[in-house]
Design a protein around this ligand. Structure first.
Ligand code: UN1
Length: 512
């Protein structure tokens, strides 16, 4: 009974959703603030209503999660993994609704919504498979005869998962999936801007059989609710994706607690560069620059911010880029023909527009994509290319469709690599060259998590390009990689002197 995709999608064009604090499966309606969610597409489309949680719900949710951990950590890994796989199927069944939510609530293009569902599904299946490998219950270790040594892994306890609005489904669920499959209980605090899709996802989780006490959701403010959760000494770990500043804040809050030393897994910002030398293929460069800098309105932490062009090729690339930018369609994300949609809200829009003004004065405005009339309603920022002199003009990450271009002389390459490292960020790096030795040498010198050679530098795939950075860009291990789950677990070694109780033949043979 498969209906054509757009028919399914249209059913959710006017739908309105709700989100509440959901503690132990009980929605609290007496929570503090109630917020109307207006789409960044046009600031008119009402996507739904969100009730925010306060300190009382945070405390209560931690009580419930602590209690639930005692049984959840004993559930067989096979069962937890199977639940994740059932969730993956459930997401696919509901993909039209989830894509509509991505588009309306987060202002993402339809094809970004398709990618989000795909990535969320991949996270579920990948972490299910990795957890089965990690949990060799009682894997025997070598040791002297008469002694049985075994290694066990288990969840750490209550994990608080604080997720961003730019991947409101994929990253929201990726964090939770990793924490749950390794035997932790979860309190999810989604981004203020995208609570509705997060809440809907948690409903789907409960429908497939994740216990209500094991995964709870609290919509609310980062400042108050986030602080209430991260300052609770019973919380064993925090998984966070968002700004570097907020990660540092969470780190201090965890360190100040009089309690167990908590784990912080953080994936934060970048000041991502691409280097293009004179041997690169200009058409390929322009295609990959457009994608890396402007896809998802530049609202990816992987996005290209600073394009370095060797002087011999700079004019050629800039001219092609200017032409290509004139062809972009900026507008309402409900339409499939739209290339680039709005930024998340008016605060972001104002900040980005102010940055463009400042850089245009100090440097040079090279190109701006044309805006359709419909963009007047929503929070749109024109994709913009600016020429600047030095990466240190950029004191912080500009999370939007703004590309900074710097020309360089071949002899200055070494100095430029040092300047990129000196930003302290280390997330993605793009390289375009036909000189393979040079590409490999640059890849080795720059301290980043993900290097992309002769292609775009966004869209890391789960299991294929594990994603995450160094320094100011995050703690690692990489999401979607083979070691990600290791920080969600704790280990227990059990050493048993089996001769002391007169010996046990079957155990002895294991120990030999
Ligand atoms: C983020 O934008 O917060 O590679 C990280 C990519 C994505 C980036 C996710 N996986 O484009």
């Amino acid at each position: 009974s498969a209906k054509p995709f757009f028919d399914q999608l249209n059913r959710f064009k006017k739908h309105s959703w709700s989100a509440y604090p959901l503690v132990n499966g009980e929605p609290s309606t007496d929570a503090g603030k109630i917020v109307d969610v207006l789409s960044p597409r046009d600031h008119q489309d009402i996507v739904g209503k969100v009730a925010w949680a306060g300190k009382a719900q945070a405390q209560h949710a931690v009580d419930v999660a602590c209690e639930a951990f005692l049984t959840w950590r004993r559930v067989d890994v096979e069962e937890r993994a199977r639940l994740l796989e059932q969730l993956a199927d459930q997401l696919e069944t509901h993909q039209a609704e989830l894509i509509a939510m991505c588009t309306r609530e987060a202002g993402k293009q339809l094809h970004d919504g398709v990618d989000e569902v795909r990535e969320a599904v991949d996270f579920c299946r990948y972490y299910a498979a990795e957890a089965r490998k990690l949990f060799h219950e009682g894997a025997p270790l070598p040791g002297p005869t008469g002694e049985l040594n075994e290694l066990f892994v288990q969840g750490r306890g209550v994990f608080v998962c604080i997720s961003p609005w730019n991947f409101p489904l994929a990253i929201f669920l990726g964090q939770i999936a990793a924490a749950l499959v390794t035997g932790n209980t979860v309190i999810a605090k989604p981004a203020e801007q995208t609570s509705l899709i997060a809440y809907r996802t948690v409903e789907l989780m409960h429908q497939v059989g994740f216990p209500e006490a094991v995964v709870q959701i609290l919509p609310g403010s980062g400042k108050e609710l986030g602080a209430a959760l991260t300052s609770d000494p019973r919380v064993a770990g925090v998984c966070f994706t968002g700004s570097t500043q907020t990660a540092q804040h969470i780190n201090r809050s965890l360190a100040a607690r009089d309690g167990a030393i908590a784990t912080l897994i953080a994936e934060t910002g970048g000041q991502n560069a691409m280097l293009v030398d004179s041997t690169a293929l200009p058409e390929q460069v322009v295609k990959d620059v457009l994608q890396s800098a402007f896809a998802s309105a530049g609202q990816r932490c992987s996005a290209l911010r600073v394009l370095y062009l060797q002087e011999e090729i700079a004019d050629r690339v800039i001219n092609l880029l200017k032409g290509a930018m004139q062809e972009l369609t900026i507008g309402d994300t409900w339409y499939h023909h739209t290339d680039i949609g709005p930024v998340i809200d008016q605060t972001a829009q104002q900040k980005l527009l102010a940055h463009i003004d400042e850089m245009a004065k100090r440097g040079k405005l090279l190109a701006q994509a044309p805006m359709q009339d419909e963009t007047k309603l929503g929070s749109y920022v024109p994709p913009t290319a600016l020429e600047i002199d030095h990466i240190n003009w950029l004191s912080q990450e500009q999370f939007g469709p703004i590309l900074h271009i710097i020309r360089y002389k071949k002899s200055a390459l070494g100095e430029i690599l040092s300047q990129i490292n000196a930003t302290g960020f280390g997330l993605t790096l793009g390289i375009h060259t036909r000189n393979t030795q040079l590409a490999l040498a640059i890849a080795d010198q720059v301290n980043v998590g993900n290097v992309y050679i002769n292609r775009n530098q966004i869209g890391a795939m789960v299991g294929t390009q594990p994603f995450g950075g160094q320094g100011l860009s995050g703690t690692g291990p990489k999401a979607g990689g083979p070691r990600y789950l290791t920080r969600f677990i704790t280990e227990k070694t059990r050493t048993n002197n089996i001769t002391a109780v007169g010996g046990n033949a079957s155990l002895l043979s294991l120990g030999d």
